[in-house]
Design a protein around this ligand. Structure first.
Ligand SMILES: [Zn+2]
Ligand SMILES: [Zn+2]
Length: 258
């Protein structure tokens, strides 16, 4: 899904009060939260996201005396990414001396009210990070504001997510390889003597050969097959009667390879 950007014009940002310091590239991105209470009602009302972003800008410009909102981008619960200072501009939110190393992305959650980041916020943070990597020269690092700076930002929930590698919500765990499963037991014991012939013998011989045993696949269960069967049974710690019964049959497929 492409990034859903909210331009400065759309959120009616004030123009910056000075010129930005240019930034060619960064080591990565630092993630932030508001550090205050966020009204949980913003989850149901994007207009409240807009109002909150505007109030953050006002606080940064009028309270902190910064030229603009301190963040590069801001991520809301509706998976929208508000344009802050944007690409190739030095942020102000990471702390003195730390801004040229990382862009700053805020997730719209706080230390009260809305504290658990909704999936939309996490997706939007990741969309912003991808955008900064694609177009802003951001490196691979994803850190929290508290990394290298004395603050609790971005809060325990966002920080724990970052420490887990900032996974996409709802992403699949890497699939575990399917367990090998034996075909159905043929219903007769394969044994020698006398020589037994059949497709079941051939199927078992083929599997043993695949496991690395030196055995011809001729569909005839003779002395060679019996000896391989015995050695396999000893390897598996089961009675070595040289007869392929249900257990030996199953283990021929399902026992882990040495
Ligand atoms: Zn912060
Ligand atoms: Zn929103």
């Amino acid at each position: 899904m492409a990034i859903d950007l909210v331009s400065r014009r759309t959120w009616r940002a004030r123009p910056p009060g000075g010129s930005y310091t240019q930034l060619d590239s960064t080591r990565g991105v630092k993630v932030h939260y508001t550090g205050g209470r966020v009204d949980p009602a913003i989850v149901r009302d994007h207009a409240k996201c807009v109002a909150l972003v505007q109030s953050i800008q006002n606080f940064h410009m009028d309270g902190n005396g910064w030229i603009d909102i301190g963040y590069s981008y801001l991520a809301c619960p509706h998976r929208k990414v508000f344009e802050g200072r944007g690409l190739h501009h030095l942020p102000a939110a990471n702390g003195a001396g730390l801004n040229s190393g990382h862009y700053a992305v805020l997730g719209l959650v706080g230390n009260a009210g809305l504290t658990v980041p909704p999936d939309g916020v996490l997706h939007a943070v990741l969309d912003a990070i991808q955008h900064l990597r694609d177009k802003g020269g951001a490196g691979r690092e994803v850190k929290g504001h508290r990394d290298g700076f004395n603050t609790d930002c971005p809060g325990d929930r966002l920080y724990a997510w970052i420490r887990r590698g900032a996974p996409r919500p709802g992403g699949q765990e890497p699939p575990t390889p399917p367990q090998p499963q034996a075909p159905a037991f043929p219903g007769r014991l394969l044994k020698f003597p006398p020589v037994m012939r059949g497709e079941d013998v051939r199927t078992w011989q083929k599997q043993m050969k695949k496991r690395g045993w030196n055995l011809g696949v001729d569909g005839a269960y003779g002395a060679d097959s019996r000896d391989v069967c015995r050695r396999f049974q000893r390897n598996q710690g089961i009675p070595d009667d040289g007869i392929v019964g249900p257990t030996t049959w199953r283990l021929s497929w399902e026992a882990p390879l040495p």
